[in-house]
Design a protein around this ligand. Structure first.
Ligand code: DP6
Length: 359
C-alpha cells in the first residue's frame, strides 16, 4: 500500500451525533525501533509481542460542527486532561490529510489505562492505537464499503503518525513494522502480522513487567529517537537490528529458545547502549534494573529456565518466559525480584491478539 491509498476521497453518508469505543493493547518490542526519519518512518525493522492486560480503553464521542476548526476535549479517567491536548492536536493536524472530515466534528475523547498512570509503562502505543481505531470506526460510518483489511491497515497507519510503536498495537500476537527484504508484505507505513505459523514455544509467552521506577522519564522516546541523527554508531545499530530481525524470524519458526534469549537480551542492551553513547548521553536504567538482570541470569544458570528480560525506553524490566514455566517463574519473581520494584509492584501480562471494539 502507498501513502495515497490512505487518503479518504469520498464521503458517502452523513454522520450525526454518536460514539465509538475501542480497547487497544500495549506491545513489547523484541527487536527495537530506535531512530526514525521523514514522517514517522523507522530506520530499521522492528517486531513486538502484542500484550493483553496492559491496555487503553478509549471512547470517542462525536457531534457535527461547522466551526472549521479542530474541536476536542480529552478526559483521562473522567477528569479533563488538558496536558494531553497539545499532543492530540498535533496528531489531528498530521492525519487531517488522510481524514478530511475531522474538522466537521466536535469530539470528546474519554480514555483510561488498565495500568497505573505513573507506572512508567508507556501509554502512547495503546493510547494512540485506541484513538486511531475509534477514528476509523467513524470513517467507516462515512463509507461502509471499506474492508476489514483496509480498516486495520489504515488504523495502524494513523496510529504510527501518533507514535511509531503504536502501529504495532492494532493486531497480534506478533507485529512487524518496517520493510525488510526477507519478509514480503512488510511495510514502512504500517504494522503487519507474520505470514507464517509461529512455533508452539512462542504461542503463549508471558511478560511480567517489573515496575522499577514509576517516575517521569528523564528523556522522552521522541528525543531519544532524534539523538540517533548523527549518532556515531547509528548505521551499525540499524544494520544490527535488521540482522536480528532476520534471525528472530527463523527462531519464531524453529522454536529455538536459546537463540530467542540471546537476540532479545542483546536488543535490549543495544537500545540502552545507544542512549549511553548519544550526544548528549543519558541513562534510563536504574541500579535495580541491573540487579534484576543479574538475578535473571543467575536463575537461568542454576535452573533449566528459558526466562529472559527486555527493556523499553525506561528503567522497568519486562520478564519474558514460556507459559509452561509460569509457576516457577512467578515464585521467583515474588521471592527474588519484587524487592527491586517500587513498592514491590509488578504486572503479569501475556501475549494477546490485538485491539477489540467495545460495545
Ligand atoms: C524503545 O514509539 O514511543 O519502545 O515514535 O517518537 O512516539 P515515537 O516513539 P515510540 O518509541 C518506542 C521505542 C521503544 C522501542 C520499540 O517499541 O520498538
Amino acid at each position: 500500500m502507498t501513502i495515497e491509498d490512505f487518503i479518504l476521497k469520498t464521503i458517502q453518508a452523513n454522520v450525526t451525533t454518536g460514539s465509538v469505543s475501542w480497547q487497544s493493547p500495549s506491545n513489547i518490542a523484541l527487536v527495537k525501533y530506535w531512530g526514525k526519519y521523514g514522517e514517522q518512518l523507522p530506520k530499521n525493522t522492528s517486531i513486538s509481542f502484542t500484550l493483553s492486560n496492559c491496555h487503553t480503553k478509549t471512547k470517542l464521542h462525536y457531534t457535527p460542527s461547522n466551526t472549521h476548526k479542530f474541536e476536542f476535549e480529552v478526559y483521562l479517567d473522567g477528569q479533563r486532561a488538558e496536558s494531553f491536548e497539545p499532543k492530540i492536536l498535533k496528531f489531528f493536524e498530521r492525519i487531517e490529510v488522510y481524514m478530511p472530515f475531522l474538522k466537521q466534528f466536535k469530539f470528546r475523547i474519554e480514555t483510561g489505562n488498565s495500568f497505573p498512570h505513573s507506572s512508567g509503562i508507556a501509554s502512547s502505543a495503546s493510547g494512540m492505537s485506541a484513538l486511531a481505531l475509534c477514528l476509523m470506526s467513524l470513517e467507516r460510518l462515512t463509507n461502509s464499503d471499506i474492508t476489514d483489511e483496509y480498516f486495520y491497515a489504515k488504523a495502524s497507519f494513523l496510529a504510527r503518525l501518533g507514535s511509531g510503536s503504536a502501529c504495532r498495537s492494532i493486531q497480534g500476537p506478533l507485529v512487524v513494522w518496517g520493510e525488510h527484504p526477507v519478509l514480503p508484505g512488510s511495510s514502512q507505513l504500517i504494522g503487519t502480522t507474520l505470514p507464517f505459523e509461529i512455533h508452539d514455544n512462542f504461542k503463549d509467552y508471558c511478560d511480567t513487567i517489573l515496575l522499577v521506577d514509576q517516575g517521569e522519564k528523564v528523556v522522552s522516546s521522541t528525543v531519544g529517537h532524534d539523538l540517533m541523527h548523527n549518532h556515531p554508531f547509528a548505521e551499525q545499530r540499524f544494520n544490527q537490528a535488521n540482522q536480528n530481525f532476520e534471525a528472530i524470524l527463523e527462531v519464531l519458526k524453529t522454536g529455538d529458545f536459546d537463540k530467542f534469549i540471546s537476540i532479545v537480551e542483546s536488543e535490549a542492551l543495544s537500545l540502552h547502549a545507544m542512549m549511553m553513547t548519544s550526544e548528549p548521553y543519558f541513562l534510563l536504567m536504574k541500579p535495580n534494573t541491573l540487579s534484576i538482570i543479574h538475578k535473571i541470569w543467575e536463575f537461568r544458570r542454576e535452573t533449566s529456565s528459558k526466562i529472559c528480560f527486555t527493556l523499553d525506553a525506561g528503567a522497568n524490566v519486562h520478564v519474558l518466559y514460556p507459559n509452561a514455566e509460569k509457576e516457577e517463574v512467578s515464585r521467583f519473581i515474588e521471592n527474588e525480584l519484587a524487592v527491586f520494584c517500587e513498592n514491590g509492584k509488578y504486572i503479569h501480562d501475556v501475549v494477546g491478539i490485538g485491539a477489540k471494539v467495545l460495545l
